[in-house]
Design a protein around this ligand. Sequence first.
Ligand SMILES: *Cc1c(COP(=O)(O)O)cnc(C)c1O
Length: 467
Amino acid sequence: MRYFSTRNKDAGVSFATAALSGLAPDGGLFVPEEIPLYSGAIKNSLGRMGFCDIAFETIKPFVKSEIPEAALEDMVHSAYPFSAPLVSVGDRLVLELFHGPTAAFKDFGARFMARAFSYLRRGEDKPLKILVATSGDTGGAVADGFFGVEGISVTVLYPRGRVSPLQERQIAGLGGNISALAVEGSFDDCQRLVKAALGDENLRKRLTLSSANSINVSRLIPQAVYYAAAAGKAFAGKTDPDGEATPRVKGGSQGNGATDYGIRTGQALTFCVPSGNFGNLTAGLYAMKMGAPIRGFIAATNVNKTVPDYLESGNYEARLSQATISNAMDVGAPSNFERMAAHFSWDEMKRIIRGVSVSDGETQETIKAVYRDCGYFLDPHSAVGWNAADKLIKQSLTGKGAALGAVALGAVAPLAILSTAHPAKFAETVEPLTAPPPVPPSLARTMERKVESRTIPADVSAFLEVL
Ligand SMILES: *Cc1c(COP(=O)(O)O)cnc(C)c1O
């Protein structure tokens, strides 16, 4: 498979080059020359296959000829000792993506990426240094994914005092090949420092540098896996029992069980995706194109509604981001939009995606209501998704549903809301609205780590000196 820049369809590169360089030299994002199709046999058995087998079959055509099957098999098994349960909550389905070590969906991309980097650089003796700027979740997932990987070191930059105590321990509590820099500034400052270092000629002579932000194609592709797995399961009329870390009140109410939007054998699933940079939703579009039984998507955002506005008007206008309680989605210029637009026209996007924006007040009300009615804890990001689905369902019940197009949420459309983080990760927001959410063992262990980071001013020369 060749990969092209979204800004230049002429010069293709290998998967290795696309993954290891991250961004294309012209500033574009790498996209595969075509999106492969699942064979009929795979499509028919998605509902019966294990998560790692679906991961293997999904990723294989994207890396064919560069990663042999046996190596890929090992990679997916070591990356995914956890999976993504599709559980019933009230009359909805929730796809829980927080069962990995850092309790957010970014583990799915980062853990595969780390193993792919390690394989693609085998035999290389010059060490690789990965620079990551984070507002919270990405840094933890990348640090955890690359922890202990030989020949690769990671430097994470985060805004000092602006990440939660738990996130700081995920970023700065590992040690070893992971170092953490607390920058006296904002997330934008962190990003600016990383960009400056990546472009520094002198530094590049000494070190092989790379970045691991969410536009990397090796983080994107593995995210298609959980969509295919969930859609296949739902199509086969199955859901999972609650996972080990599922944040439900034990013995609590399961809701009224009216399954209008629950499981229905033989029907394609609609996914509601809480979105910021739109990497997650783009991966869903890939799974749909590959042939997984998916009907469409709801793009749920907080007040940073650049994409919902685009879907409405056809005009794409990036803006400055506004701070919200679902802060991993505070993105005014979503970087993966360029990739979506490379694959789909506005008309095509409108047919498969409905955009909905949700306020902080609505998010808080939803966290309260779902806890009260179903005994289930939602984190603020997943609550944005739940509320967006509520809004569309209400519209379709009051007759405005005609406007829903192909993503119609009629009374017979199964709907899965992606839960992108465990509520205990955002306990400071969730707990006052509910009760203390149960803490999964991996997060409890993380809280015991000691933070070891170095504070630097938001200044390029200070950063280069550290490197
Ligand atoms: C990163 C993140 C998102 C946004 O995902 P995108 O792929 O950037 O759209 C949503 N929720 C949580 C918890 C996240 O960490």
